[in-house]
Design a protein around this ligand. Sequence first.
Ligand SMILES: [Zn+2]
Length: 437
Amino acid sequence: MRFENGIVATLGPTNQVIWNGSVVTDGEKIVAVGEAAQLKKQYPAAESVDCRGQVVLPGFICSHHHFYSTMARGMAIPGEPASNFVEVLERLWWKLDTALCDEDILLSAQIPLIECIRNGTTTVIDHHASPSQREGSLDLIEQAVRQAGIRASLCYEVSDRNVKRGGVEENRRFIKKVGKGDGQIAAMMGLHASFTVSDDTLAECVGIARDAGVGCHVHVAEDVADRDDSVRKYGVPTVQRLHKLGASGPQSLFIHCVHIDDAEMDTIAATGTAVVHNPESNMNNAVGVTPLFDLLRRGVLVGLGTDGMGSDMLAQMRCGYLLHRLANHDPRVAFMEMPQLLLQNNAEIAERQFGIRLGELAPGRPADMAIIDYEPPTPLTENNFLGHLIFGLVDATVDTTVCRGQILMRNKRLLTMDEERLAARSRELAPEVWKRL
Ligand SMILES: [Zn+2]
């Protein structure tokens, strides 16, 4: 197919902005990127998709999501409002995840998958929990992901909170089933957080991950309570405890890392562990600000996730941009760094999980694209692309989403998911889930 006549921004190591550009795909891959007129001559038989008035970008990547958070939307939580992070978990998330079973799990994935497609997010690293129905839960999510047509790395968040070693078997089974993955589905070893897993559980999970060559996907020092718990029980802060038991390394994802000290940052850097920053979630839970620039200065690979807050990665990028400017009282920072997290670092994290290089429109790269309605009101070039990204594209609407060469949404109409039917069914089931809280 020829996706032509739009403004193509290739991103990658040398971003090129091509007006009246074209991206030609064949199957799951891109075969050519360049001037529309020239590529039309070169590939006359390819079907044309007109992208006039639109910007063509590589599909976005979300490095930390919780599909299962869907049914929390609009839910009334009985009792006093949670006043701290642990209460948020106890009163909201641990009640909701325990109430999910069967079709709820499937729908809780399908709805955010629709939102991913609507926002041009074509790759997601998800972290799932459904303690009442662990076994087979990752298969249900895999089924939803394959139907939607995007890519996802899946895991179950192991925790000792309901039952000892809850979720270990589901991860073991799914990791074995997926193996090295097929480029669309990958698997990780999921762990909730240091403060909800014992040394035994952690060691067992690390062993499974090591044997399979996958990383650990774990919340780290999101709130100071996680740090305090680790210091009190094990005599070392969170990162050092996880590192000592083998959970660090280039395949692993340490999520949040809000309450970490200099020595922990050095450990993260020395082990090549990736960190995922989720600014909206951190602000929503009022847990603090990730020391982003200290991590980046050490050469840590920091990516960007939504932590279940949504599936719009441009909005998440902009939120982080604003957060770090305010938190540092410095209007010079974050302009380069937040787009770097989203566009480059997330691609590198995805490469570690899926073994393929995303985030660039170039021959040989996967045909994953977000095509966005945008008429630039000022000149748009390689030199000022980030200005348009942060202040213009962030508020523009995604019109067409492509993943693995398949068009998942065209003219804002979803082609792989029946949005109306799924939302209606979710509205039917959500009150039943809420009754079980
Ligand atoms: Zn999370």
